[in-house]
Design a protein around this ligand. Structure first.
Ligand code: ADP
Ligand code: MG
Length: 297
């Protein structure tokens, strides 16, 4: 069981990534963590991997406060997790078989076990026939399957995937989600970070929606409700900033005409809610979304 209890995380440079995050994930659950870029999703993953510790609050796995783990206990803790990243992180100069075998080798598994288990796992992810290929000879979807095979070869209790389909086309993304679902069906707790609403909407799973570092909603995803909430928030923000009729702005300019304000609102609406941003464009997207409620010049 994973528990986040009143978790705050402020990075060294003073940027607050998480504030008062609370959720609990039971063994065997499949959970999406979503939210636009910069909302704090990867910070949640890094806390779980014990790469970082919470500034305040506690992150617990099966009742153990991760911040209390001793340095030498961390590698053992991490063996209970499987991790998959957006950029696959495979060894380029190693074959598919070797990439997966290596994850087993480092745990001290005997050769006989490696030879017995690796083909089974490759079979599970649908890559048995490509065991001699190098990552450079595989499609993105296939490379992510290798990464998933590597992540599950030591039978982790929890599989964590941070934007696993970020570099994949929709068809491959869908297949990866289905594979993660199969892994979950066999008992592994699965936590998938994604900002893709299409994937979430197709899966009918629990969704923890993170907004500006805190849990905005947690439950089965209902697209209609999500849309309505987003609009209401935007309207509320615009109302606060819209000059009242007849009111002079502090800079002496006249308030914007309501037609123009409406046009701006429409423009702003188009920008909100999980634009399909590429990672490289994240900072601008974030800035644009932050100013989305502005109706004055
Ligand atoms: P997401 O994965 O949802 O895009 P992150 O968890 O990566 O969000 O980041 C959340 C916030 O914390 C962002 O404002 C980001 O700029 C900031 N942040 C992330 N990592 C660091 C870091 N190492 N140092 C300082 N700020 C960081
Ligand atoms: Mg991230």
């Amino acid at each position: 069981m994973i528990e986040f209890e009143n978790v705050y995380k402020t990075y060294e440079k003073g940027s607050r990534a998480l504030r008062d995050v609370n959720f609990r994930i039971d063994d065997g659950e499949f959970v999406f963590v979503t939210g636009r870029s910069g909302s704090g999703k990867t910070t949640i993953v890094r806390l779980l991997l014990r790469e970082i510790t919470a500034t305040e609050g506690r992150v617990l796995v099966d009742g153990t406060d991760l911040a209390q783990l001793k340095q030498k206990e961390i590698p053992f803790y991490r063996r209970r997790l499987g991790v998959v990243f957006q950029d696959f992180r495979l060894l380029k100069d190693a074959t598919v078989f070797e990439n997966v075998a290596f994850a087993k080798y480092v745990t001290g598994a005997p050769r006989s076990e490696i030879v017995a288990e690796v083909p089974k796992v490759l079979e599970r992810v649908g890559l048995a026939a490509k065991y001699r290929a190098y990552p450079g000879q595989l499609s993105g979807g296939e490379q992510q399957r290798v990464a998933i095979a590597r992540a599950i070869v030591n039978s982790p209790e929890i599989l964590i995937a941070d934007e696993p389909t970020g570099n994949l086309d929709p068809a491959n993304s869908w297949h990866i989600m289905k594979l993660l679902e199969e892994i979950n069906d066999s008992g592994t707790t699965v936590l998938v970070v994604t900002h893709s609403r299409e994937l979430i909407e197709g899966m009918n799973k629990r969704v923890i929606d993170i907004r500006r570092g805190t849990v905005n909603s947690d439950g089965l995803w209902d697209p209609a409700t999500a849309e309505k909430e987003a609009r209401a928030r935007l309207e509320a923000r615009a109302d606060r900033k819209r000059p009242r009729p007849g009111m002079r702005r502090p800079d002496g300019k006249r308030p914007m005409s309501s037609a123009k304000a409406e046009a701006r609102m429409a423009e702003a609406r188009a920008k909100i809610e999980y634009p399909d941003e590429t990672p490289a464009a994240e900072p601008q997207e974030h800035a644009a979304a932050d100013g989305a409620g502005e109706v004055t010049e």
